[in-house]
Ligand binder design. Structure first.
Ligand code: H79
Length: 455
C-alpha cells in the first residue's frame, strides 16, 4: 500500500511540475505570444554576459551583526532584526561614493551587456523612489537619492540594458506576505513582526505593494530589459500570469524571467549552477563571485579569473547567459577583488569576444579540453574552439567533423594554423604553447552547415 501511495505521489509531483501549454482553443494566442517572444529575446540571446548587483540597506553592515559575520542580503531575517530596528538602521544608509556612471562603465568594460539591480530584495526596502511604500531609499535613508534613476540614465547613455530585480513572494516589511514550501508553512516569513501566518493574505500584499511597485518600475525608468523576479513562493500561476499581463501591456519588449510564477516567464534561471548540457530555449546562470550576493567583508572565497572566464565559455557553449554578481559596499563602491576579476574578464573578451557574443551552442558535447560555440551565415559556419587544456602533442582532434575547412586561425593574433581532415574527423595542428593559459580560441571557418559522420 505504501508503495502505491509513493508511486502516486511521484506521479502527482511529475504531473504538477511539468509546464503544460494551452489547449487548442488558446493555441493561436500562444503562437502569437511565441512569435513576439522570439523577437523580444533577440538582444538577450546575443548578449551572453550581464552584471547582477545586490545592493541595499544590508550592504552597510558588510555581513556583520552582533559579532556574527556571515550575514548578507538576508540580514534582517538571519540576524532576527525587528522591522522597527531595521527601519531605523536604514536611516543610516548613505552611500556617498555611489557613482552610476562609474558602475555602468565598469560593467561595460567587463564586456557585460546588461545590468540587473536589486530594486527590492526580501527585506521589502525599495532602492528607488517608490510612491507605494515609504520603506525606500529616498524616504527612508540618509541618501535621499534614487540610484535606479541614475543607473537607468547611465545605461541608456552607455548602451547597456537596464534591468530590475524584484523579490516577488517574500517581503519582510509587508504584513500580508506569507511564504511556504513543500508543506513548510511560513518558512521565509517575517514572524518576528507578523507572527500569525494564517492572517496573511498574499493577494492583499500583491495588490497593495508588489503590483503597484512593479508598475512604478515599468513606468518611471525608461525601457526595462528584464523584470527579474525572485522567489515567487506562494504566488499561483494565475497571480503570476496577471503580473505578466501587466508587464506585456506596459512594456511589451520587456523580458520576464521564470521566477514570476509557476511555469511562467520567457527564460529559465539557474542559481549558482551551470547545467550539464545545452538547452535549446534561452536560459541564464546567475552566480556570485565569492560566497555571498550582498556585500560581506569577511568573505574572501573569491573565484579565480580562470574559473569565471571558463564559466562564461562553458555557459555560452550550452546556449546560456552568464549573470555575474557584484555586491557593492554601503558606501557605494565595488569591492576591489570584484574589480580585478571584471577587468580580467573584460581583457579576455576584448580579444576573444567574437567567440562569445551572438554565438550559438554547437552540436558537439563538451570536449575534455575545452568548449565550442558557432556562428552561421548563409554560406559558411564559424566554429570557435576555446581550449582550456592545451594538448601536449600539439594536436586537437574534433571527432566526426567532415566539412571542408576554409580557414583556421588563432583568435588572439590571427596566426594561421594547419588542419588535416581524416575519416575520423578533423585534426588541428597547434603551436607548442598555449597563447592564453585560461582559454585560447581557435577560429575555424567551414563551408556549409556542420556535417558529422554520425548524423
Ligand atoms: O538574491 C539572491 C538570494 O538572496 C536569493 N536569490 C539570489 C539571486 C535567494 N533567496 N533564497 N535563496 C536564494 C535560496 C536560499 C538560500 C539559503 Fe540561506 C541558503 C537559505 C539558507 C541557506 C544564506 C543563508 C541565505 C540565507 C541564509
Amino acid at each position: 500500500m505504501k508503495k502505491i501511495v509513493f508511486i502516486f505521489m511521484c506521479f502527482m509531483i511529475l504531473f504538477n511540475s511539468s509546464c503544460k501549454r494551452g489547449t487548442s482553443s488558446t493555441e493561436k494566442v500562444y503562437e502569437e505570444e511565441q512569435a513576439s517572444g522570439d523577437q523580444r529575446m533577440e538582444w538577450f540571446k546575443d548578449a551572453k554576459f550581464g552584471m547582477f548587483i545586490h545592493w541595499g540597506v544590508y550592504s552597510g553592515a558588510g555581513g556583520e551583526w552582533n559579532g556574527e559575520t556571515n550575514h548578507a542580503e538576508w540580514l534582517q531575517f538571519t540576524a532576527k532584526i525587528p522591522l522597527k530596528e531595521y527601519t531605523e538602521y536604514a536611516k543610516t544608509f548613505n552611500p556617498i561614493k555611489f557613482n552610476a556612471k562609474e558602475w555602468v562603465s565598469i560593467a561595460k568594460n567587463a564586456g557585460m551587456k546588461y545590468i540587473v539591480v536589486t530594486a527590492k530584495h526580501h527585506d521589502g526596502f525599495a532602492m528607488y523612489d517608490s510612491q507605494t511604500s515609504s520603506h525606500n531609499i529616498v524616504k527612508g535613508s540618509a541618501f535621499k537619492r534614487d540610484p535606479l534613476k541614475e543607473l537607468a540614465e547611465e545605461c541608456e547613455k552607455q548602451g547597456l540594458k537596464f534591468c530590475t530585480y524584484y523579490s516577488l513572494g517574500r517581503d519582510w516589511e509587508d504584513p500580508d506576505c506569507p511564504t511556504g514550501y513543500a508543506g513548510n508553512i511560513a518558512w521565509r516569513s517575517n514572524l518576528i513582526d507578523y507572527p500569525i501566518e494564517k492572517n496573511k493574505v498574499l493577494q492583499r500584499y500583491l495588490d497593495r505593494k508588489a503590483i503597484p511597485q512593479i508598475k512604478e518600475l515599468l513606468t518611471n525608468y525608461g525601457p526595462l530589459g528584464i523584470m527579474w523576479f525572485d522567489t515567487y513562493e506562494l504566488v499561483s500561476k494565475q497571480q503570476g500570469q496577471k503580473i505578466v499581463d501587466i508587464i506585456r501591456k506596459l512594456q511589451p519588449e520587456c523580458i520576464i524571467n521564470s521566477r514570476v510564477g509557476p511555469c511562467l516567464g520567457d527564460y529559465k534561471v539557474n542559481e549558482q549552477e551551470i547545467p550539464e548540457g545545452k538547452y535549446m530555449k534561452p536560459w541564464e546562470s546567475c552566480m556570485t563571485m565569492n560566497n555571498h550576493w550582498g556585500y560581506n567583508k569577511a568573505d574572501d572565497n573569491w573565484k579565480t579569473n580562470k574559473k569565471l572566464i571558463r564559466h562564461l565559455v562553458d555557459i555560452t557553449s550550452k546556449g546560456g547567459n552568464f549573470l555575474l554578481n557584484v555586491g557593492p559596499t554601503g558606501t557605494g563602491v565595488f569591492p576591489e577583488p570584484s574589480l580585478e576579476r571584471l577587468k580580467a574578464m573584460g581583457s579576455w573578451l576584448k580579444v576573444n569576444g567574437e567567440a562569445i557574443y551572438e554565438t550559438q551552442f554547437s552540436p558537439f558535447e563538451k570536449f575534455n579540453w575545452g568548449r565550442c560555440t558557432i556562428k552561421k551565415d548563409s554560406e559558411n559556419t564559424i566554429l570557435y574552439f576555446s581550449v582550456f587544456d592545451w594538448p601536449k602533442d600539439g594536436e586537437l582532434y574534433i571527432p566526426e567533423l567532415k566539412n571542408e575547412v576554409l580557414q583556421s586561425t588563432l583568435l588572439v593574433n590571427n596566426q594561421l594554423i594547419k588542419t588535416r581532415s581524416s575519416n575520423e574527423g578533423l585534426i588541428i595542428k597547434l603551436p607548442k604553447t598555449a597563447p592564453d593559459p585560461i582559454a585560447s580560441v581557435i577560429k575555424i571557418v567551414i563551408a556549409g552547415n556542420i556535417e558529422l559522420s554520425s548524423l
